[in-house]
Design a protein around this ligand. Sequence first.
Ligand code: FES
Length: 120
Amino acid sequence: MTPPERCTVTLISNTQETTSFVCPSKISILRAAKNAGLELSAGCMQGRCYTCRSQLLEGTVVNSRSLSRYATVDPADLGNGRILLCSVTPTTDVIVAPEGPWESSVDQSQARDHTSTGSS
Ligand code: FES
């Protein structure tokens, strides 16, 4: 089955704050978040530091790039539903809970056309 050209990614924080953005196929969730004006916790961007580790709550993801020679695990399946946002792309709409904080650099009043936030 061919994955869709774009999927919706919804992030949920440990305080139940949510935000959503579109992730085109073949780019990582972390890159798509950055393109949407969101800064998520990240470090190496190569699947090695685990700073971007997150819990996949709904949906499916696959590797967005070839595994580096340093990778010893599948970033789309670290076990217990954990994934590395820098190294995976969604194959369905997904809901993800990043372990680290995130912040938006976009004026939310301008972003409402593309994202939704909170419970309002
Ligand atoms: S940013 Fe280092 S593993 Fe994702």
